[in-house]
Design a binder for this molecule. Structure first.
Ligand SMILES: Cc1cc2nc3c(=O)[nH]c(=O)nc-3n(C[C@H](O)[C@H](O)[C@H](O)COP(=O)(O)O)c2cc1C
Length: 387
């Protein structure tokens, strides 16, 4: 099957940008098969790996949160359980990459899980998300964020096994930009952000901040209960969107999102096109900006990414040299490199595209490539400045 979204977490190819998010005691292989039939990723767990996390789970269960004690049978080996669930997803859901969310206060069980998960070509997810006191009091879940040295070492050691690693955290617990930079530097391959606002839905801007801080795969999560909510995350820079509660409510919800986003990609050529800079688009939106000729949000954005106005102009011109985006001499600024999104109506741009024989879909694919080159140049300038 064609990989139209071009999505990868390290070396693992992901078929589409919709994921099932972890629900302890709920999201096992059978659940994924029923409620996330064709998801790009199905996160199983979270599983408690060591004695501390088991104790925390048992205590949480004793006050009624039975989902936190997820073992089918206390005598079961949790690693065998994990292996069986991954095998089930691999067998029954060929389009879906299994991911396994885990908790452990000590490193050795995490390394053992990492070896197992890697051997199955699955993704490991470290739960830095759980906020139940039984876990946080033991240094588990989101309390790991309080000891960044330990957390960085944990991530580095897990990565040394070669497993593809996701980290899941809440954006209202720690500054999302700082967290994304930290996880990226520590070596995580996937940043799974629960953009929760206490009692109020999702913090869309937190995702744009994360997008601007990392080139790693970003999964945005929280309150996605229709396609528009997913699109809000995508246009803020999410590579993928994950769903928990709405998926559990309706087995057709994830397939519906997969269908809608596949159609959207086929119709537009860029499923997670950024919002324009003036609508607080992330850095990728510079691909759609005109030269800095007037006072607008672009000036602030150019400054924010560490470029001068002249560098910005030069970089865009260089990036499209020899490509069809160089054409379009009758457009406002004499080249398609300065033109805006296909969804914004513009006679001049559309005339130029038609004269050059470029479809709207191909135009947006080229803008996506341009945005990557812009991000490369920003990264290069930043790294030169820090050396
Ligand atoms: C019953 C239940 C159990 C959950 N257990 C976990 C868990 O073990 N690990 C985890 O990372 N998130 C867990 N979550 C959080 C979800 O993965 C997700 O981040 C959260 O529900 C927000 O997404 P949503 O609005 O799509 O539900 C759980 C959520 C629910 C409702």
């Amino acid at each position: 099957m064609e990989n139209i979204f071009n999505l990868k977490a390290d070396n693992i190819v992901i078929r589409n940008p919709i994921a099932l998010s972890a629900m302890a005691g709920v999201t096992d292989g059978k659940f994924a098969e029923t409620y996330a039939k064709n998801a790009g990723i199905a996160v199983l767990g979270s599983y408690n790996l060591d004695e501390e996390s088991e104790k925390a789970g048992a205590e949480a269960a004793a006050r009624g949160r039975t989902e936190f004690f997820a073992r089918e049978d206390v005598n079961n080996d949790v690693y065998i359980q994990i292996e069986n669930e991954i095998d089930y997803v691999n067998l029954k859901m060929p389009e879906t990459v299994p991911a396994v969310s885990v908790r452990s206060a000590s490193l050795t069980p995490l390394l053992k899980a990492a070896e197992l998960i890697k051997s199955k070509n699955a993704i490991m997810e470290l739960d830095i998300h759980c906020r139940q006191p039984e876990f946080t009091e033991r240094g588990l879940g989101q309390s790991l964020l309080k000891d960044t040295q330990k957390l960085a070492e944990m991530i580095q050691k897990i990565k040394e096994t070669g497993v593809v690693l996701s980290v899941k955290f809440r954006t209202n617990v720690v500054d999302p930009k700082t967290a994304a930079e930290f996880f990226d530097a520590a070596g995580a391959d996937v940043i799974h952000a629960d953009a929760m606002i206490e009692g109020k839905g999702a913090d869309i801007e937190a995702i744009a901040k994360i997008r601007n801080a990392t080139r790693k795969l970003v999964i945005a999560n929280n309150s996605v209960d229709d396609f528009d909510a997913a699109l809000d995350f995508f246009s803020s820079g999410a590579d993928m969107v994950s769903v928990a509660r709405a998926a559990a409510d309706d087995p057709e919800f994830i397939p519906h999102l997969v269908k809608k986003i596949t159609e959207y990609q086929q119709e537009t050529g860029w499923y997670n096109t950024p919002k324009h800079v003036c609508k607080r688009g992330d850095n990728r939106s510079l691909a759609f900006c005109c030269p800095p000729v007037k006072y607008c949000g672009l000036l602030k954005k150019i400054d924010e990414v560490g470029l001068t106005n002249e560098e910005f102009v030069q970089l865009k011109q260089d990036a499209v040299k020899g490509t069809p985006l160089e054409g379009g001499k009758d457009t406002c600024f004499g080249s398609l490199v300065w033109c805006c999104k296909g969804t914004k109506s513009c006679f001049y741009r559309d005339e130029a595209l038609s004269d050059l024989g470029i479809s709207q879909v191909d135009y947006m694919k080229m803008k996506r490539e341009l945005s990557e080159k812009i991000l490369d140049a920003i990264d290069e300038k930043k790294s030169r400045a820090s050396n």
